[in-house]
Design a protein around this ligand. Structure first.
Ligand code: FES
Length: 238
């Protein structure tokens, strides 16, 4: 029995015959100098940036659209026959209701015929849109809402309106349908000339437009909207 146990013991100093040792793990690659490598931190930063960009756009697009939609919107109008030129006697200001392109867009217009010229002025106050009244005694327009006043050509003389009254293009056609007088973007100091027309010819009112204090024509703006200057670019936030 004692002899068998002696046979199984390795003598001291014998070579190791146990399981082989594993090779060491290779070192992790270093991407510090690789600008194209996306590690987890970089990936999360990109996600956060992209999310912020989407949220920012979602907020800004409606805001910008709200600010500029009105100035970019096409003007809707159609030519409307408002009667024979003889219905608008020289020296008088006649108020008419003009059918707009849609039922809700009917407009009040003052037709002013004087000394061979003609003006078509929108009765909508340039402040907040109240209908202005014409006073033959003072030959001027006044707004009942906040005291806005305009002279005979619709230029502001008092009160809060930021610009003159808006105006309309007009034209006069004869019985054959030919244009005998046309006026586009007339300025307050130069009403359109109707010398070539007769009282039997028809007056048509067309595209509305806005003007500034110097009478320069602009694309139609809503009431309260300045047509020029820095503030006109910030509407409706000014
Ligand atoms: S709406 Fe005319 S002055 Fe205000």
């Amino acid at each position: 029995m004692a002899d068998d146990m002696t046979d199984e013991i390795e003598p001291q100093g014998a070579p190791y015959r146990g399981p082989a040792a594993h090779d060491p793990e290779p070192p992790a690659p270093n991407h510090d100098d690789d600008p194209d490598y996306v590690n987890r931190t970089k990936f999360l930063s990109m996600i956060a940036l992209a999310g912020g960009g989407v949220m920012g756009a979602a907020l800004m697009v409606p805001v910008i659209g709200f600010a500029f939609a009105d100035s970019l919107k096409a003007e809707d109008f159609r030519w409307v026959d408002v009667g024979a030129l003889g219905d608008f006697p020289d020296g008088e200001v006649i108020s008419i209701a003009l059918a707009g392109p849609a039922p809700e867009s009917d407009r009040g217009v003052y037709i002013r015929r004087k000394d061979g010229g003609l003006d078509a002025i929108w009765s909508r106050c340039a402040h907040l849109g109240c209908p202005v009244g014409y006073n033959p005694g003072s030959d001027a327009y006044a707004c009942p809402c906040h005291g806005g006043s305009y002279d005979s050509a619709g230029r502001v003389t008092a009160g809060p309106p930021p610009r003159p009254l808006d105006r309309f293009d007009w034209k006069v056609v004869n019985a054959a349908g030919n244009e005998v007088a046309v006026n586009t973007e007339a300025r307050p100091d130069a009403p359109g000339d109707i010398a070539a027309a007769t009282d039997a010819d028809r007056l048509l009112i067309g595209r509305p437009y806005s003007i500034d204090d110097e009478g320069r024509p602009f694309k139609l703006r809503t009431p309260g909207y300045p047509v020029d200057g820095v503030l006109s670019n910030l509407y409706p936030f000014n």
